[in-house]
Design a protein around this ligand. Sequence first.
Ligand SMILES: Cc1cc2nc3c(=O)[nH]c(=O)nc-3n(C[C@H](O)[C@H](O)[C@H](O)COP(=O)(O)OP(=O)(O)OC[C@H]3O[C@@H](n4cnc5c(N)ncnc54)[C@H](O)[C@@H]3O)c2cc1C
Length: 401
Amino acid sequence: MDFSVSPRIEDFRQRIERFVAAQVLPLEADRSHYDAHDNIRPEVLEPLRARARAEGLWCLQLAPESGGQGLGKVGMAVCYEAMNRSIFGPVVFNSAAPDDGNMMVLEKVATPAQKERWLAPIVAGKVRSAFAMTEPHPGSGSDPSMMLTTARRTGDRYVIEGRKWYITGAQDAQHFILMARTSDDPRKGLSAFLFDRSAPGWRIERRIPIMGPEEHGGHCELVFDGLEIPVSDLLMTEGDGLKLTQIRLGPARLTHCMRWLGLSKRCVEIARAYAEDRFAFGERLAKRESIQMMLGDLAMQIEIGRLLVMKAAWELDRGGFARKEVSMAKVHVANVLHKAADTAIQINGARGYSKDTPLEWIYRYARQARLVDGADDVHKMVLNRNLEAEGSDFWQWPVGT
Ligand SMILES: Cc1cc2nc3c(=O)[nH]c(=O)nc-3n(C[C@H](O)[C@H](O)[C@H](O)COP(=O)(O)OP(=O)(O)OC[C@H]3O[C@@H](n4cnc5c(N)ncnc54)[C@H](O)[C@@H]3O)c2cc1C
């Protein structure tokens, strides 16, 4: 097995590392650069994005013909981790959710005309996007088969009725991917659509207040009462909604993990720096075995997460679906992020609980990781399904040629 990465990927990683250290961390350290929802203020962000673009560190996840660098998932794992050393990193490089996942799925399934209309402006950094799937009770959440939002075909249009919530970025998004029911067929009952913010027949009911910092555009509840979508803005074909969701969510979950590993490493970095400097009872904290055990354990958990992410990335790069690999990575890394923030706060004492470091930001943010894009419990249920189907083959190594 070869765990090395190519010199090209390492070059990107080093350039990102330098960019984050020199250009992003100094801004992150100054609270005046934060907006009302604890994200980077747009007027501070835009010049940074322009610089990242000028340096060729933009949309690394996409193929060159789409305006990216064609790094592949393994390369992305290396680079996304480096970006998210700063809480503001991914959005600077146009690699933050939900645009990241939306761009990747559009690149994969949209027609050339749809790419021109819907993808290119996101790649150019001119517009933001959102992915609208989750609904309030009794609609679709963990179980997409419960979807209640309908798309009724009349002539060359679909008419949308229903409600969505927790739609990340909706308040600032121009382009939306929307999931709706087109029939009662259990496998082919859902379809995916594109619509523009300016279209009539829908509204943002409210921006839902959450415990953590917010992506630009927040997390919103949307109401659809007659939105008309032309047939040309159907993604894939009618009935392919579940398929599109799987195409989008697999890689998008994994890129969450890649970023969360960067945040986890940042927690360790802040904890180590404090433990090195701080004395208590005549000894540096770093010399205490209990602190060493905490940090050693975190280092190991992060490395386990990196291996799970790399295995899934490798599987995706060689054309597999990596469903169980992504599920295992998602559960493990979401919990590692939570533990890393918690441990780092403990080691930093009162300082960890303050806003003098990003630890409290990461701690509040981390709680969502165990819910979004599939709660831990749902991924474990899916893993058990695999176990039941495969038995001991669950752990089989793929055989090379
Ligand atoms: C910050 C944030 C951002 C989000 N962004 C988006 C977005 O951009 N677009 C979008 O469409 N959605 C978004 N969501 C919604 C998110 O994807 C859903 O919250 C998630 O899929 C779970 O659905 P639910 O909240 O309806 O939970 P429910 O389906 O109501 O489940 C509640 C809990 O029940 C448990 N549970 C469910 N099923 C099982 C099972 N089979 N076995 C055992 N336990 C189970 C789990 O613990 C789960 O957390 C976002 C959510 C948050 C918090």
